[in-house]
Write a protein that binds this ligand. Structure first.
Ligand code: PEP
Ligand code: MG
Length: 590
């Protein structure tokens, strides 16, 4: 008899989740070519048809559930996949290969997909290339059914369930928003990988980078995810279960308590006012942003519109409608929309360009947009139209700026498009703020030049840390080297904030560091006036700011910046803050 087992990973989203397991294995199994005798061909065809039926049924169910829980735009993703699966073009071709070559269905499917992908890659039309990802998704589902593996389902039978996965790409993590999963653990991932960010936005406890997770926890009947400690407890005994139930309840009550401060201003004891805003990936997170007391949107990751519109590209009207929703939700507050940050390891890597050897240093963010002027133009027009229609305080934020020309070019494009839209009879705002994300060390080093072209800075510490330290933010193998408190990162932060202040432009910080209680005194002490974070973190950070004085924060920041290692900085901050954190009942783990 085996007792409970505890697996250790990185706790990336705080909280405790207890539930049965939903297992998702995304790693594909190798496909072998098996020659079959003529008399088995019909069997193979029937096997293919059955697998297709099962996959289609599954997608139909997902579409229904997602529509019922979170709205049609999510349901339609699965519905579109189901239609693709039922489209005879794909299946007929696979059947033809089975008959002609007398091979197993798995191999025939692989062969057909390989051929289709070669054709897709030759297309210059972005819309058609967009369908490539959907085709791959659909083919993977069918392949799984053929191999007798359950299609990964992010759904539960209504009881709380925790998701156990080898790897979850952001395109699948979006399904977490359907509200069926109360916690999540994965073998891959890092503190700022995009799936982690989605889990945090949704307030779902999460642990990533857990070795052997599927082998050990895949068949468990109950699993506890402890997002504070980074533990995954497999098949706990009743006593342990009770302890965690109490902890979960304590956390829930604490969160409720914290909501009591949402209407109070984020002001330090000695009167320094800070603006707290929300990061949003999906439009439907707006409600959580308002509940958390956000004073505007500091980062809307517009690339997620791609997933919502899948398999189509979001057109100008769809985009304008989404941006208008944001602006209407915060009518007299800044609403910062980041232009598409696609590429790198992010969404649509495979559809917007040919594969790159080193995508994180490749065609990503503003670089990609400037290379696809038609595609970028649609977004900029939609943004200007939304600002004109709503009269809201739109801020357009440009990701991955590495030089002055990039931000200048975006400004020129916007000015031209404003003239074009006005000539078409649209109302356009006299001027929209255009800001640079400072997340590439080069941009930090020439911040004073960029400040001349930008109306604001937004510091992206997730990427700034990655690029400064040369540590992949999503790779669990180097997760212990990914340290936002590394003195090199802190020096860049100091430089960016002071340069922005000297240039008299607003500086905000929208990386995950903004939501880290330990970072608060450093950031306040360096003079940061705008923080933007996933909504569930807003109450804790607000409470902390209200409990600090700027004078102390400044002293702490000055001392932290003189230390030589990330560890020394973290320990110093913990020592300085431990009393306050205990008083506020905020749990921190180094
Ligand atoms: C960042 O890099 O800090 C950031 C906010 O953007 P993203 O996490 O989407 O790259
Ligand atoms: Mg970034």
């Amino acid at each position: 008899m085996t007792g409970p087992r505890t697996l250790v990973g990185l706790g990336v989203s705080p909280g405790i989740a207890i539930g049965s397991t939903v297992v998702v294995e995304n790693r594909p199994l190798p496909v072998m070519r098996v020659q079959i005798p003529e008399e088995q061909v019909d069997n193979e065809l029937a096997r293919l048809q059955d697998a297709c039926g099962r996959a289609s049924e599954h997608l139909g169910r997902l579409a229904g559930e997602a529509t019922a829980r979170v709205g049609h735009e999510y349901g339609s993703i699965f519905e579109a996949h189901r239609l693709m699966l039922e489209d005879p073009t794909l299946l007929d071709e696979v059947k033809r290969v089975i008959r002609k070559e007398r091979v197993n269905a798995e191999w025939a499917l692989e062969e057909v997909i390989r051929k289709l992908l070669t054709q897709f890659n030759k297309l210059s039309d972005v819309y058609l290339r967009e369908r490539q990802t959907d085709l791959l998704d659909v083919a993977a589902q069918l392949q799984r059914e053929l191999q007798g593996r359950a299609t990964p389902r992010i759904e539960s039978d209504g009881a709380p369930a925790v998701l156990i996965a080898d790897d979850i790409p952001p395109s699948q993590a979006i399904q977490l928003s359907a509200g069926m999963i109360c916690g999540f653990a994965s073998e891959t991932g890092g503190t700022t990988s995009h799936t982690t960010i989605i889990a945090k936005s949704l307030g779902i406890p999460a642990v990533v980078g857990v070795h052997n997770l599927i082998d050990v926890a895949g068949r468990a009947s109950t699993v506890i995810i402890d997002g504070f400690e980074g533990h995954v407890i497999v098949d706990p005994d009743p006593a342990l279960l009770q302890v965690y139930r109490l902890r979960a309840e304590e956390h829930r009550l604490r969160q409720q308590d914290l909501l009591g401060v949402v209407s109070l201003p984020a002001v330090t004891q000695d009167g320094r006012r800070v603006r707290l805003m929300a990061n949003i990936d999906l439009v439907h997170e707006l409600a959580a942003a308002r509940t958390g007391g956000a004073e505007g949107i500091g980062l809307f990751r517009s690339e997620f519109l791609f997933l919502e519109a899948s398999p189509n590209l979001p057109d100008e009207d769809q985009q304008a409608a989404a941006y208008s929703k944001l602006l209407e939700a915060f009518p007299d507050r800044p609403v910062t929309v980041r232009t598409f940050d696609l590429g790198g390891k992010k969404l649509a890597r495979e559809l917007l360009g040919s594969p790159e050897a080193n995508p994180v240093l490749g065609l990503r963010g503003v670089r990609l947009c400037l290379q696809k002027p038609d595609f970028f133009r649609t977004q900029l027009r939609a943004l200007l139209r939304a600002a004109g229609q709503t009269g809201g305080q739109l801020r357009i934020m440009v990701p991955l700026v590495g030089n002055v020309e990039e931000i200048r070019t975006v400004r020129v494009l916007l000015d031209r498009l404003a003239v074009e839209l006005a000539a078409e009879g649209h109302s356009v705002p006299p001027r929209v703020a255009v800001g640079a994300m400072i997340e590439v060390p080069a941009a930090a080093m020439i911040a004073e030049h960029i400040a001349k072209q930008a109306d604001f800075f937004a510091i992206g510490t997730n990427d700034l840390t990655q690029y400064t330290l040369a540590v992949d933010r999503a790779n669990e193998q180097v997760a212990d080297l990914y340290r936002p408190f590394h003195p090199a990162v802190l020096r860049l932060l100091e430089r960016i904030i002071s340069t922005g202040r000297a240039a008299r432009i607003p500086v905000s910080l929208c990386g995950e560091m903004a939501a880290d209680p330990l970072a608060v005194p450093i950031l306040v002490g360096l003079g940061l006036e705008e923080f933007s974070m996933h909504a569930p973190a807003l109450p804790v950070i607000r409470s902390l700011i209200r409990a600090l004085s700027y004078r102390d924060a400044h002293r702490i920041a000055t001392r932290a910046l003189s230390l030589s290692t990330a560890k020394a900085v973290e320990e110093y901050l913990l020592e300085q803050l431990s009393g306050l954190l205990a008083h506020l009942k905020v749990r921190i783990r180094l």
